[in-house]
Design a binder for this molecule. Structure first.
Ligand code: F6P
Length: 549
């Protein structure tokens, strides 16, 4: 099979990228008053405006041709049919089954797991009802008022991000906390605020072998036992995992454990029982709306034509910017404080999935894969790193996310927020030439000598591409759609880059080395194979700071 980089579409895009590196976005807008209409798509109130991207209709058609040549729809069918497309781990990627609509039959060939999924969901619903109503109580008879989720990566980021995003829907009588870091400062700080008698821990780990989670869970267990006795564990701990034996070995009974399956990747596990802390926080009905929103996006991805397919368009834009135009990063800029954790969540989803250097055949790729994703909620970033976006001289595609309707509608806020969001994408696109800058300065009555000296500092090159996603509102359903949008985008990019998006071997090596270093840090015994920097750092930590200097 010829490598897809040798296909006519790939070659054509290479040559078009050369042209587009020299074309300015303001010229594209000047040459086409209809540009917004031609390069924006709306689906059920969710608007994707990509008219400020450095592309034209021909580039878009070639990108779509790449998707077709890569067999995109076929890959999607294979994924939904339960094929082990995660071939390096021999696993399927069936997370969309977790939000499968009740009226739809499962795809042909998929093992009949829907009843098992529904049964775990029914247990989650009951559990939420028991906690909320006070049927489930702590060992001393007090109702549960605090839930601490102990997990990391996919067992933390999803529920934590959504819980934060849906603050407007949260229950007032239950407080959720998320502890992920191995640093005792994380768990220690959270525990310092809590009363053991009213606290429930959820130990969330797909594998139930993750060092951070197990250490935090052991410490939390000791905290409960110390305050309430050994028998309190059954009242204050539940687990979520695929590893039933390890859960039992930890001392959590079967009836307090919620299972899921190895065909759910960690970063796609929000839709499984991993969503339990969230369901407790916002209520199970809201949690189901989140699943319904994701299912609606699944259907959109399955059925919308390529030109109107939101996840596919996002993927094609990323491919174009990264692999063809050479962008190394992408800034995610939600103009919504409630979405402040979205960049963190998407860092795992995108970079753990597609930050890969070998293709599906195990051969090194000769093109860039996932860009470095970073960002934070507007408008804070405007007063921090936007300077670099505007005048730092690097190509940094930006993705703005805004809400048509505020989730906390305080008078006077939302219009200003939107004005800032749209002003930034306009400024990044247009820039300001020296002539415009000079004219503005003289219109402001500035002295010509000062204008000459200062004008160069005030020039904006512009031509910084951006996409804006406009959500109708931020509720569980719309957020479900948004998250699934990014999941499908990640999948589509994996197909386009010819990667396995569902493994993560890159995180294993560090874990292995940490296991080797721990006994050395504990004992101070050095190992000849250790480099001088690592040995020096260990020695410095073992020396008491008081003995130094
Ligand atoms: O960091 C690697 C990883 O395996 C992630 O993919 C996963 O989400 C995280 O660790 C946590 O794993 P677990 O849920 O098994 O504790």
């Amino acid at each position: 099979m010829a490598r897809h980089t040798e296909s006519p579409s790939w070659q054509m895009l290479r040559s078009r990228a050369g042209t587009f590196r020299k074309r300015h976005l303001r010229d594209l807008f000047a040459g086409d008053p209809d540009r917004f209409r031609r390069f924006s798509v709306e689906s059920d109130g969710l608007l994707l405006d990509f008219s400020k991207q450095r592309l034209d209709a021909e580039v878009l058609q070639e990108l779509i041709a790449l998707w077709e040549a890569a067999g995109g729809s076929n890959w999607h069918q294979r994924m939904e049919a339960g094929e082990a497309i995660n071939h390096t781990e021999g696993r399927a990627a069936l997370h969309s089954l977790l939000r499968w609509p009740a009226h739809r039959t499962a795809p042909h060939g998929v093992p009949d797991v829907l009843p098992a999924i529904r049964s775990v969901q029914a247990r989650m619903r009951d559990f939420c009802a028991h906690i909320h109503s006070g049927i489930w109580r702590g060992a001393s008879g007090q109702p549960i008022r605090h839930v601490v989720n102990i997990g990391i990566g996919g067992s933390d980021l999803g529920p934590r991000m959504v819980d934060r995003a849906l603050a407007a829907s949260r229950r007032k009588d239950l407080h959720t906390h998320y502890v992920s870091n191995l640093d005792g400062a994380h768990l220690g700080y959270v525990l310092s605020e809590l009363d053991p008698a009213q606290t429930l821990f959820i130990v969330a780990s797909k594998t139930f072998t993750t060092q951070e989670t197990l250490q935090n869970a052991r410490t939390a267990r000791s905290w409960i036992v110390e305050a309430l006795g050994e028998s309190a564990v059954a009242h204050h701990f539940v687990a979520i995992s695929t590893n039933h034996a390890a859960v039992a070995a930890f001392g959590i009974a079967k009836e307090n454990a919620f299972g899921f399956w190895d065909w759910v990747g960690g970063r796609f596990s929000l839709w499984s029982a991993i969503g339990l802390p969230l369901a407790l926080s916002i209520g199970f009905d809201h949690y189901e709306r989140l699943l319904a929103g994701a299912a609606a996006m699944d259907e959109h991805f399955r059925s919308a034509p390529a030109e109107r397919n939101l996840p596919l368009l996002l993927a094609l834009i990323d491919l174009w910017n990264t692999t063809f135009l050479g962008a190394e990063t992408r800034a995610l800029l939600p103009y919504s404080q409630s979405l402040e954790l979205l960049p963190h969540y998407l860092q795992q989803l995108e970079m753990e999935s597609n930050g890969k250097r070998v293709d599906r055949q195990g051969a090194p790729v000769n093109y860039s894969t996932a860009p470095i994703l970073w960002g934070e909620a507007g408008t804070g970033g405007q007063h921090a790193f936007y300077q670099l976006l505007h005048q730092g001289g690097r190509l940094i595609p930006c993705e703005f996310i805004a809400l048509r309707q505020a989730d906390f509608p305080l008078p006077g806020h939302h219009e200003k927020l939107l004005a800032n969001c749209f002003a930034q994408s306009e400024a990044l696109m247009r820039g300001r030439t020296l002539a415009e800058t000079t004219a503005e300065m003289s219109a402001a009555g500035m002295d010509p000598a000062a204008i000459e000296t200062l004008a160069p500092y005030r020039v904006f090159p512009g031509n910084q591409p951006s996409t804006t996603l406009l959500l109708p509102r931020l509720d569980p359903y719309e957020l479900g759609r948004l998250i699934a949008l990014y999941e499908h985008k990640v999948f589509a990019l994996g197909v386009l880059w010819n990667l396995n998006s569902f493994d993560q071997w890159g995180v294993e090596y560090g874990k292995q080395l940490a296991g080797r270093l721990l006994p050395l840090i504990e004992s101070g015994r050095m190992d000849d194979a250790i480099d001088s920097s690592t040995a020096g750092l260990i020695a410095a930590c073992r020396a008491s700071p008081d003995q130094e200097g």
